[in-house]
Design a protein around this ligand. Structure first.
Ligand SMILES: Nc1nc2c(c(=O)[nH]1)N[C@H]1C(S)=C(S)[C@@H](COP(=O)(O)OP(=O)(O)OC[C@H]3O[C@@H](n4cnc5c(N)ncnc54)[C@H](O)[C@@H]3O)O[C@H]1N2
Ligand code: MOO
Length: 408
């Protein structure tokens, strides 16, 4: 077997994208309620104004604001009531100076009125007259036509992940179905003679499958579907059989373990045993995650993630999440914050280092403290809030320095 030829993260990402230029996830149409957390495959443009009419935000009298000027408790303005607007109905009343029309909250403002005086600031003196006790300005207590959403406005952009509030906006403009990308389908294979599942008996020498679970959870978190999650022994034929199935059922296959160069590390040969370009990245200058493999088999993307649990997760975030974003033009902002480093950290120049940290607020400032541990320890991740990225040309970070912390 070849020993790995380490490339930079940028080079590896470029190869990945170039080798899957034509691979796009199919688009499907779903009811808006089923679009929650899915990624939009179309721009949503409103073909109506919201609201479609000037609309009162209070119960009161629609008036010309100029008629209230100078009015107060001791010197009210007196206006003639010329009608009433019914909820949910059109009105063709036109208001002139000196006139008022009763409108309920959400009711249509009659033409000529530019404001609404609340009933508690007015008094009905008789059938036809009100006293206005307060001066109001134009636009007070109403929403103008199109104030919320304008006809022709871009309401939601292609590539946006749909939130509950987006579904409200879609309902407001009368859209009941939207086009979204199909969820990317993943097949997760954990390899190793030592790997057992949660419910199996833990004999000495065996370890429980962590990667199958943490990777499946990450897949769900980014909106993907886990077709299956399996444990396979270090046996080429068994792995080959499982891969055939994985490649036919999913878009992306993740194999954790066996990425290195030991005698029983079969992932490299496995990816190369299919009728395609095979492995195009083996070794990346990233810490942790150096033995990462990326390849193409039967037209599908295959990631050989290092077996160490922290490495597998970091490599997933750096490459698999990046790949998904490219496949669906996904535009989500990366969740991060700025924090002051509370310690000096040394890194290995030549490698992009992912250093786990915890965050703590003291005197109104946010401090990051590094967590140290081996990449084989899952608690290194579960105890941390996020990580900092130390670039390959840097030697580390200095106490007191401000850095971006990326949330896990
Ligand atoms: N001679 C060299 N040896 C190693 C190198 C190297 O450059 N030269 N790199 C080391 C680094 S760094 C890593 S990372 C590992 C990657 O190894 P593999 O991807 O081949 O993974 P395994 O050997 O199968 O496992 C490594 C470790 O992780 C445990 N593991 C595996 N799968 C799981 C799982 N699903 N859940 C929990 N833990 C898992 C496994 O038991 C091992 O302890 O290679 C180094 N070696
Ligand atoms: O690359 Mo390994 O992932 O450092 O433990």
């Amino acid at each position: 077997m070849d020993f790995f030829k380490v490339v930079s993260i940028e080079e590896a990402r470029e190869k990945l994208i170039n080798n899957f230029k034509d691979y796009k996830l199919p688009i499907e149409e779903v009811d808006i309620l089923d679009s929650l957390n899915r990624v939009l495959a179309e721009d949503i443009i409103s073909n109506i104004n919201v609201p479609e009419f000037n609309r009162s935000t209070v119960d009161g009298y629609a008036i010309k604001s100029s008629d209230s000027h100078g009015a107060n408790e001791s010197m009210p303005s007196f206006l003639n009531i010329v009608g009433e607007v019914k909820m949910g109905e059109n009105t063709n009343i036109k208001i002139k100076s000196g006139e008022a029309v009763y409108v309920p909250t959400g009711g249509m403002i009659p033409e000529g009125a530019d404001s609404v005086i609340m009933i508690e600031n007015a008094e009905r003196l008789d059938e036809n007259t009100i006293a206005v006790y307060k001066a109001i300005s134009p636009g007070e207590n109403l929403i103008f036509k199109g104030d919320d959403i304008k006809k022709g406005e871009l309401v939601l952009e292609k590539g946006k992940r749909v939130t509950s509030q987006d579904i409200g906006a879609l309902a407001a403009i009368g859209i009941s179905k939207v086009k979204v990308y199909r969820r990317p389908k993943f097949y997760v294979i954990s390899t190793g003679d030592e790997i057992i599942d949660i419910d199996e008996e833990l004999e000495i020498g065996k370890i429980r499958d962590i990667n199958g679970y943490s990777l499946s959870a990450l897949i769900k978190k980014i909106g993907g579907e886990v077709v299956d999650k399996v444990i396979v022994k270090d046996d080429f034929d068994l792995l080959k059989e499982e891969m055939e199935k994985a490649l036919s059922l999913s878009d992306i296959v993740l194999i954790s373990g066996g990425s290195s160069v030991g005698a029983r590390d079969y992932t490299y040969d496995l990816i190369n045993s299919f009728d395609d370009i095979g492995v195009f990245v083996h070794g990346v200058s990233i810490k942790p995650g150096k033995p990462t493999l990326i390849g193409r088999a039967n037209g599908k993307a295959v990631f050989g993630l290092p077996g160490h649990p922290v490495s597998a997760i970091i490599v997933f975030k750096v490459f698999v999440e990046h790949f998904i974003k490219e496949l669906i033009d996904y535009k989500e902002e990366i969740r991060k914050t700025k924090a002051i480093m509370d310690f000096n950290v040394h890194s290995s120049p030549g490698k992009e280092t992912y250093q786990m940290v915890t965050l703590e607020e003291r005197d109104g400032k946010l401090y990051a403290t590094p967590i140290f541990g081996k990449s084989g320890m899952i608690t290194l991740l579960s105890k941390s809030n996020g990580y900092i990225v130390i670039k390959s040309h840097e030697e580390g970070v200095t106490k007191g320095e401000e850095r971006e912390v990326f949330f896990l």
